[in-house]
Design a protein around this ligand. Structure first.
Ligand SMILES: [Mn+2]
Length: 277
């Protein structure tokens, strides 16, 4: 695709419109393009969309990057732009799948509505800047960058999760994993774990249990104080978290244990390793 000089979006830009602009700016080399906004459905100066190759319309105008001409709910403006400028970026593909579902209000049946989503954030920006859609774009570009970084991290975590250990505990299934990013409670709990343990690239370690469980990590804490006595292990007052270093609180003295050794302590007289990949 030729690098556009002008990107046309719609007034009060929504997530789909903003994500489409962000992809053009970050992945399509359009960082210097001028941004213009028209009433949704219209085009710049009422000229047919795509009649000028230097001008690109997103989420409006029925051109190549407007999905409103199709009934297909797997399409969005962001998805059409993604296919055109960064089709082989799997992280971007994940992010845009969420954008497309949100654009079609595709929320899983029975799921309780979240009290605050990215759509609410964007609605807030449109409240702050009702007549300045450029400001909404400027505010959202770094948020979309952060979203992308988080999808990247999630992709790495899913790769590391494949190499997990599984073990039994008195409370249910335990899962241990290690990666530069540490572990993912979300992945572990989704897999049925009640308790999970992790080690990250800086040697930070931790054990955490589902909030609606009766796990009590105090005995594990006492065992760790014995076998890893120099380390800065911290038992949370709720007894469901046992930590030695986090991004929020680096340890004064990191643990000397490997993840396997930590699992040995957790399962000592309490369970056994059932899977080691
Ligand atoms: Mn849309």
């Amino acid at each position: 695709m030729r690098c556009p000089q002008t990107i046309v979006g719609h007034l009060a830009p929504d997530l789909d419109c903003l994500a489409a602009i962000w992809i053009l700016v970050r992945f399509g080399g359009a960082g210097d393009a001028e941004l213009v906004f028209v009433p949704a459905g219209r085009t710049l100066n009422d000229q047919p969309a795509d009649s000028d190759p230097r001008i690109v319309h997103v989420d409006t105008g029925c051109g190549r990057f407007d999905h409103h001409q199709y009934a297909d709910t797997s399409l969005s403006a962001a998805e059409l732009v993604r296919r055109a400028v960064a089709n082989d970026d799997s992280v971007l593909q994940r992010l845009v799948e969420h954008v497309t579902r949100l654009d079609h209000a595709d929320v899983p049946r029975g799921a309780s509505p979240l009290f605050f989503t990215v759509n609410d954030l964007i609605a807030g920006y449109n409240q702050l800047f009702p007549t300045r859609p450029h400001h909404v774009v400027q505010a959202m570009l770094p948020n979309l960058d952060a979203w992308y970084a988080q999808e990247q991290r999630q992709t790495r975590l899913e790769g590391a999760f494949v190499r997990r250990m599984e073990f039994t505990t008195p409370w249910g299934l335990g899962i241990a994993m290690q990666s530069d990013d540490g572990g993912s409670s979300r992945l572990a709990y989704r897999h049925g774990a009640v308790l999970y343990a992790y080690r990250d690239g800086r040697g930070n370690m931790g054990i955490a249990a589902q909030s609606r469980s009766d796990v009590d990590l105090e005995p594990v804490y006492f065992d760790l104080k014995r076998v890893d006595e120099a380390a800065d292990w911290y038992l949370h007052p709720n007894h469901r978290m046992l930590l030695c270093g986090t991004a929020k609180a680096p340890p004064r003295q990191p643990s000397g244990l490997t993840l396997e050794e930590l699992v040995d302590v957790i399962t000592w007289d309490r369970g056994e390793v059932i899977l080691r990949r």
